[in-house]
Design a protein around this ligand. Sequence first.
Ligand SMILES: CC(C)(COP(=O)(O)OP(=O)(O)OC[C@H]1O[C@@H](n2cnc3c(N)ncnc32)[C@H](O)[C@@H]1OP(=O)(O)O)[C@@H](O)C(=O)NCCC(=O)NCCS
Length: 417
Amino acid sequence: MHHRPVTQTLPSTRTTDFEIRAVEDDERRSAYTVFMEALHEEPPDDEKWTLAARAYEPGRAYGAFAGDTLVGATMSLTSDITVPGGGVVPMAAVTGVGVRTDHRRRGVLTGLMRRQLADLAAAGEVFATLHASEPTIYGRFGYGLGTLARVVRVKPPRARMRADVPTAGTTRLLTKDEALTLLPGAYQRLRPRRAGVMGRAPSWWAMCYEYRLTHMRLRVAAHYGPDGEIDGMVGFRSVEIPSDDPRVNAGVVVLDFVGANQAVENDLWRFLLGIDLVDDVTVYMRPLDEPLEAMLENAHAVRCEWDEELWVRVVDVPAALAARTYGAADPVVVEVVDPILPANSGRYLVGPHGADRTDAPAALTLGVEALGMVYFGAWRPSKLAGIGRLAVHDPAALPAADRLFATDEPSWCGSLF
Ligand SMILES: CC(C)(COP(=O)(O)OP(=O)(O)OC[C@H]1O[C@@H](n2cnc3c(N)ncnc32)[C@H](O)[C@@H]1OP(=O)(O)O)[C@@H](O)C(=O)NCCC(=O)NCCS
């Protein structure tokens, strides 16, 4: 996937306090430093910056400047996302967001988000997505929680895999070089068809694998199928955990876990649960329908928590609505309201045939944030109506909208960024 620049479409925006504009190449390190400090991490030394710089694709980062000083930043990775029905559309994976603490609550983030969204729309991105550090921040910019997942914690000493769970090949640890050479191509081949799954550009591999392999003790294993091809991968690190037994105080935290099919995932679980001297395996972002409890002799070895996953911002509503397929139900006229990108606002006739603009009266009205929540099937429109996130003008449209937007399996992204 070649990177798509997005930043050159608009001049800079100036307020009395600061200027929002695309960063020059030599300003990217300042943008990254602001991001790191917002996360309470150390500023990067030369070696770390050399690696982190690879995530900063040219033409995709913005800064807020007070005079010459960069005080806020955001950027995005080139990506794409699978929509319900299997189509794949351009998506910007937003990350690197931070505002210097001496400039917070003055509209810096607001300026950055608005500018970034306007450029993403002009550049033809259909979605922007992000993983939110705090759930209160991004709704106001039209991001809605669009895919849900679970954090799974397993106690390996108590978890035994049932003997009848199928196996599909072998799992082997990779060196750093092997991981970086083999996995990007393997991911393209094995990429699950599930809605919400995203493309991984070179910038993603630099940020999420190369940096962590070099500086964060990431270890990687690949699963090989009978044909000798890689059809699954896990990225994990060991952490120290509190323990009553001084000999077993290690836990494993899994940051990446993706397999071409269930049988591959069975083997990846077998691998993770088979690591010796480990008291706890924690895997983030697992799909809601993963049958892990049923794979084990003792389901009580599993503890689950709900995990929010991808925040979804529909950047191009007509393109997004036209890209997915819909369930069988009577068509519904949906009115979308988007104050930040007003070209999206309007009424759409959504039905099994697809989605088009219409002048017909709306049966349902929802903000673009709520559209991000229903688009990948994470939330049913009727439930959002019940909590005041969607206005109903024709009650008969609600069950129809539930069926139209439902997905066969829960959506899931599975890629951190
Ligand atoms: C979140 C952050 C960017 C906020 O930036 P900011 O410039 O202070 O935000 P703004 O001034 O534009 O705030 C806009 C609105 O959002 C609200 N807001 C912003 N951050 C908020 C937060 N963390 N919690 C609650 N409300 C928040 C503000 O109160 C303001 O509301 P108002 O318009 O009703 O007054 C900053 O706190 C930060 O750097 N956080 C860490 C970044 C991070 O987690 N990055 C990782 C994700 S990639």
